[in-house]
Design a protein. Sequence first.
Length: 1208
Amino acid sequence: MDIFVQNIPVSCTRDQLEDYFRPVLGRFGIVAFECKKFKSQDKATITIANIEKAQKFLEVHGEPPGQPRGQSRGQPRGQPRLRQWNVRNVPYDLLVRTLVLKEKQILQRQAQQTAVPVRGIKEKSRRQFSFRVMSCGTWSYEGEDLAFHQHFKDSREGSIMFGKSTAVIFLNSCEKLARTCRLDMSYFLIKGILVGNDDHPTISFTLSAPPKIYQEVEVGSFSGTEGLALGMDNLSINSPKDKPKRERLFEIDEKHGRVVSFCMVYRVVLSNAQDILTVNQLLDKTPSLPSVQLVPTKTIIPRLSLEKCLQDLKVTLGNYNQSRTMDFGLLFQLYSLAQNAILPPATVTKLLPRVQRLVSTHGPLGTLKMTVAVHTLASQIPVPGATVEAKEYDLDTLEAQLNEIAGRFTKEGTKYDLADRHKHLALVHKVTVSPCGIFLAGPEPESTNRVLRKYPDYADHFLRVVFADENGDSIHFDGRASQQRIFHERFKKILDHGIDIGGRLFTFLGFSHSSLRSQTCWFMAPLVSECKLVFASQVIQELGDFTQFRSPAKCAARIGQAFSNTTAAISIREEQLMMVADIERNGRVFSDGCGTISRDLLKKVWRGYALGNETKPKVLQIRFAGAKGVISLDDRLTGNQLCIRPSMNKFHGANVSDIEICSAATRRLPMYLNRQFIKILEDLGVEAEVFLHLQATMVESLKRITLSARNAATFLEWLRVGVSAKTPNLIGYLGDLGLRFQDDGFLKDVVEIAALSQLREIKHRSRILVEHGMTLFGIMDETGILEEGQVYIVADVPLSPQWVVITRAPALHPGDIQVAKCVEVPPNSPLSKLQNCVVFSQKGVRDLPSQLSGGDLDGDLYNVIYDPRLMPKRLHPPADYARQNPVDIGRQVERKDMTDFFITFMESDQLGRIATMHQQLADRRDNGTRDPDCISLAKMASTAVDFSKTGIPVDQTKIPYQDYIRPDFMASDPRVIIEDKGILLEENEDEDDKDPVSLLDPEWRTFRYYESQKALGRLYRAIDEKAFFQQMKRDSELSASRDPYNRSLMDKLWTYVQSESILIQWKQYADMARKIRQTYEYNLIDTMDQYSIHPTQPLRELEVFSGSILGKSMGAQNRRVRASAAEMKERFERDVAYIVNWIMQGDDGDRDEAFARSIACFANAMLEAGNYEKKRLKSWRYVSAAVCLQELESFRNRYIGEGLRIWV
């Protein structure tokens, strides 16, 4: 029922209205309701799901039926008047469903709290405090006392507000600055808090990144929610016509802009000294904040300005670089200490001659050792505070630390060694540009591209530059704040003018198609090659002839081919290259993006690509000169032949003869359903019970993994977690010995994180394995044997002739899923010699790949399903969108045009927003994805996908209005937190416990959710994440044993190894063990640093070891985090494989001493502290233990004739 409310204050906000009515409605058992305030009026509506309860409420407080509109029953004059709203007797159905779900959740929460004594009405603590001045600066020491060095001061009065996850500083308007300013400090980025006393009522925040800065678009004040409401009357609820009321800034003013990137300490001086105690108590009760330290600190105005010190550092570094008295890689690390706000610029300048002296001290590898030492030092310098002594920042202490780190570093097995041994890897520095800061990182091992291979000795002249928000995430559309100045002033300035680091000016070079979507590009500094000075423009000219392009997007895309990560396999001669015609019909190119290769030439590629004996891919995704696409084996070709088609050739003039490998079909990939596939299949007639059964099968297997060592080991092996570290083997060995892995906190956490990570992928992405399915490269039938609608699938799973479902991601249009007839080919057909691919027919009216979300054959992966339960009962015609011509600027494309397009793309990319809206509408519309609005959104998504090549953005005026109501499966669930004591699930927030920061935007609606009755909703609710986690914890505890002597599992294991190796001489390998551990832990720390979400906040060891980045994720991981986690996992597996091989082979390949070396390594882990003791690393003991048990088993089999014996 909708209740009409009149006679309320015009300035009243929705939140204030709900707070007013909540206790009154609660007396009638109404715990969930929705208020809507009319703009600039004294009217509102209250929506209540339960009609009976609403009637009872109106009987007491509403206007009597038939009575002239006026005063309500029992309401004094001036109070709100209430009556049933006859204009809309039936409330919005979806809104009612959200209220039903909300009431259900509230009642469940209340039921869980019945055991807790009732405390009455929850008292709201004060969260906003006035201050008289705000400043930013750095920490330093005056003698032994910590002091705040002020480098910027804003004398405006204001207030600070503490929300649930953000602290907000408001700076009031004044004569010089007519607009109110706002600074948002996420608790995630606060590293330390220092609070003063009555004499110095200061609050100082040490940040890992600058705050988000906004200014009010209209004159007003943000000093309080009531004052704010006065200026909000003209704003409607999330209306698409609303204009942002704030503007995102990159500086408060010009003076602040000169220091903002280097000053990570923000301080306010409270107006009322008595507030300091209240603030301290409030911050102590906020769980997501670091511990508060009570340390009164003086404010010092430095004699030399930060700008002067920074300029002196840049000049000094430039002199070192120009004179080549110090390697640039080392200068980069030294400059990062200042640029990342780890040490003041003046300190770094004073440190330079000491570093130069240490370089010569450490011999031939002195430069490398000091580069590593400075990089490592950056993560070891503590956050200044009450417990940190002044000597920690003393030059002598810093020098001693650098000398110690350099002294214990060994190159073997590190990324520097890896890059020397593998030509396909290069060490590249990385820069993250945020609205307010620039953060330096790396170097990181990167797969080479054509440019890096052309200049193999100049990798340090190239930068990978990422444009991101202060927290490390991509900058997304924000309806509440304009980002225009960030894109067009801050980011555009960097793209046009470059970045100066250590005396080198790096300027824009280009970007690949994939890096464009991740807001990443390449920069380059001028270099001298073959006695010639080479600039970025010359590098582009050498790649090919791009003068004929008139579209910045298309030109950038073609240049971007050279920046794709590839491995050069072999070079071919001109006579070995054949140009063959495309197969075209009805304006369609059936052979779009695919060519062929002869067997003799393919064998040479295998050798050049350094593939193992068992890995012989017959399908390769390549780059060759100006061509890109897929080539497949054609045994009809003789000699050495590479056949390229015109559809593969994207530009001319490339003076390159290498076949460059992007990827290869070395195995069939698994097939996973996702939310898009499930929704379309449901709309095509597949029953929801089919998906529920597939999901239940996966979840049941997850529930069993902690019950036994064998289950856990098999699960980790399947997920490829810790395979190189032999963690699955270790858990299996422990079970064989009668030891339980559940007794060890680290191993238990690894298994639980892997299980929980997998469960979240299922629940939040509906990523459900289809056992009767596979994912394969697509190619065309070169023989012409396949008829229209037929496919030939060749994989290690033989498929008999049958109908199969075929699709590809992303899939939004109901016609993106089709069926095809899988057929056999004669044994002597060239197609029978292929592997791991799906072959499409070259016949028919239209090629099948183009029907599947606009696919082609230049490297697209296709999903094949041969499970009859997932066969659609009906099909929808595929989409057929007219090809869009790229934007033509009427002249040759210049560098500025491409940087303009890079900015436009960042600002206008709407693909994610469209996909979300499509999911939202498809659930609520009866016809699902077949609904006309969903069909329109699918077309817009196609335009958004092509935006990177055409330069034509989505017309945002045609995007349907998006309200704040979503199906429940789009909600985020508890956040997973990894702490030293293990993994935790954060409690869901109570919606009625409002965040005071969110009240600053009273017109902005938070999302409301309803229970979806479609397949995705049922799948979502079928998994109770919290119950799963709690049951997993209980199972682990029940499976754990109790040791009467209170020994840890690893202590018992070490005792066992000692008892089984009495006659083995291993102590002579103690030094080698220390060396191997040093390399392992260095690589581990470097990986924790390299793949962190934010440049200055490393990952935890458990995240790296388990291959899951969970520390800040809410619900499913986003694409960027998933990609980072995959890269992290690959690097860790590679590094650990090297370490394990080192233990087993030694320095000289002596396999016979592997057991002795493994004992030495295990002994080192159990008996000695590592070189990174402050990091409290644990995983070395598990890696060494796994190798040791493997070698012990091998030893017993060889000399005793039996494997490991049960010990306990």
